[in-house]
Design a protein around this ligand. Structure first.
Ligand SMILES: Cc1cc2nc3c(=O)[nH]c(=O)nc-3n(C[C@H](O)[C@H](O)[C@H](O)COP(=O)(O)OP(=O)(O)OC[C@H]3O[C@@H](n4cnc5c(N)ncnc54)[C@H](O)[C@@H]3O)c2cc1C
Length: 409
């Protein structure tokens, strides 16, 4: 500790990170192995994590290379047509990386999300061109859905893709696009007008060097990440850039988010576990009124509530992941519950950790201060909390009175 700066490395609190959840029946031996091996890799390879707008692009690229070289990207980009993404592995990896550094998790998750529509719906040629390169860290991907006037309301998106001979011409703009500026390709959702609203969208893969494509703006956000705004002006792509069928864009976007939404909850869980571990260690060492904070019942109450929120979040995240992996069916309700609860719980757990740290909790660069900034965006992107509530309520209302499925085992 130097002055008010308390720089705990992950290794300093690793003993306080609860690992008992790995014994839960959601997991197989390969999952426990992944969590343990990636946990060890993170301890050895994730160092200083004070990212700034000036350094964040290089840091993100560095993580992509490091994660690829160590083989971890294999868990977010499938090797062939027959191996589906294993959502429990995705969640365990995100949780483990997020506990060390939000940017490490971001780099991992974006390789998966950016290539997700190709993994799930791409043609054999698209899969050959992009997936091995993404796995190897030679190409960085991005998922470009949101627009200035179409965030929560995806069906309102206005970027157009007009048929032009043997191809399409894209015009419009996207914003809040993670990896803007460092991505080598962007999966872009645009209006092709087969039908009004959501049924008139299609998905395209657009290489970053395509004429007519530009990154028009970078957005500085509270926890630095590569993110920005894209412009398309007469941006022509060949017909083989189309992912899936014309008019399937909304379906492709939602099916991709169905896989990745629970993993946002897993990243939040990683932040929350780290905050809890930091708070426990601080409560044990900080002496007030002649005794450690940890002896005070009001602090114990906070720790108990934090630990309970962490476990409840973990149960929902891994329930959603297990359900997706074992049924292969859409898991919108489970994934929305996992994302909603885990991100909101993490915000509350981290806030209490800041409180337990007292003044040190708000000193720039201290771990809990960084977590306090990192968690905020997770309650907004990939469907804000309010949108998750709409999805859950829609499913609850639609399912009322329907027969319950027979248990699979
Ligand atoms: C850090 C970050 C990274 C992102 N990365 C990506 C990315 O890689 N790709 C991408 O495509 N997008 C990305 N996004 C965009 C993100 O998905 C949108 O910000 C999000 O969908 C919300 O859209 P909006 O910002 O336009 O808010 P709005 O849609 O304007 O919503 C504003 C508020 O109103 C609430 N609201 C909206 N509708 C309702 C309703 N019916 N009932 C009640 N409340 C409602 C929302 O929940 C929200 O709280 C990212 C955003 C952030 C912050």
């Amino acid at each position: 500790m130097t002055g008010h700066r308390i720089t705990t490395a992950l290794a300093d609190v690793a003993g306080a990170l609860d690992r008992s959840f790995l014994a839960w029946p959601f997991f197989e031996e390969r999952h426990r192995r992944l969590a343990n091996e990636l946990g060890a890799w993170v301890l050895a390879h994730v160092g200083a994590v004070d990212h700034t707008e000036a350094t964040v692009d290089d840091a993100a690229r560095g993580y992509v290379r490091g994660l690829a070289d160590a083989g971890w990207l294999a868990h977010c980009v499938p090797a062939d047509d027959t191996t589906p993404l294993d959502v429990r592995s995705l969640c365990l990896a995100r949780e483990t990386l997020a506990a060390a550094d939000g940017l490490a998790d971001f780099a991992f998750a974006m390789q998966g999300l950016g290539s997700g529509p190709i993994s799930l719906f791409g043609t054999p040629a698209q899969r050959r061109t992009y997936l091995p390169a993404v796995r190897a860290g030679r190409k960085i991907g991005a998922f470009a859905l949101s627009e200035a006037a179409a965030g929560s309301d995806v069906a309102a998106l206005a970027t157009t893709a007009r048929r032009d001979g043997n191809g399409f011409v894209l015009d419009g703009g996207k914003t809040w696009i993670s990896n803007a500026g460092i991505a080598d390709f962007y999966v872009v959702f645009a209006r092709t007008d087969e039908a009004p609203g959501a049924k008139g969208l299609s998905a395209f893969v657009v290489d970053a060097d395509t004429p007519g494509f530009t990154v028009t703006e970078r957005l500085p956000i509270i926890a630095p990440h590569p993110i920005g705004t894209l412009g398309f002006t007469g941006c022509r792509v060949d017909a083989d850039a189309l992912i899936g069928q014309p008019g399937e864009g909304f379906k492709i976007a939602m099916a991709t988010l169905d896989v990745f939404r629970a993993t946002v909850g897993a990243a939040a869980l990683g932040f929350a576990r780290r905050a809890l571990a930091e708070a426990v260690m601080r409560a044990r060492s900080r002496v007030v009124f002649g005794q450690p904070l940890a002896q005070l019942q009001m602090i114990q109450g906070k720790l108990a509530d934090m630990a309970t929120q962490v476990d409840a979040a973990a149960l929902l995240v891994y329930r959603a992941a297990w359900t997706k992996d074992t049924t292969g069916a859409r898991v919108s309700r489970e994934a929305s519950m996992a994302k909603l609860f885990a991100t909101e719980a993490a915000q509350s757990v981290i806030d209490e950790a800041v409180q337990i740290f007292g003044g040190h909790g708000v000193v720039a660069g201290n771990v809990v201060e960084r977590l306090y900034r990192e968690i905020r965006a997770l309650r907004i992107y990939e469907g804000a909390s309010e949108i998750q509530r709409l999805i859950i309520a829609g499913q609850v209302l639609a399912n009322a009175g329907r027969p319950n499925p027979t248990p699979a085992r």
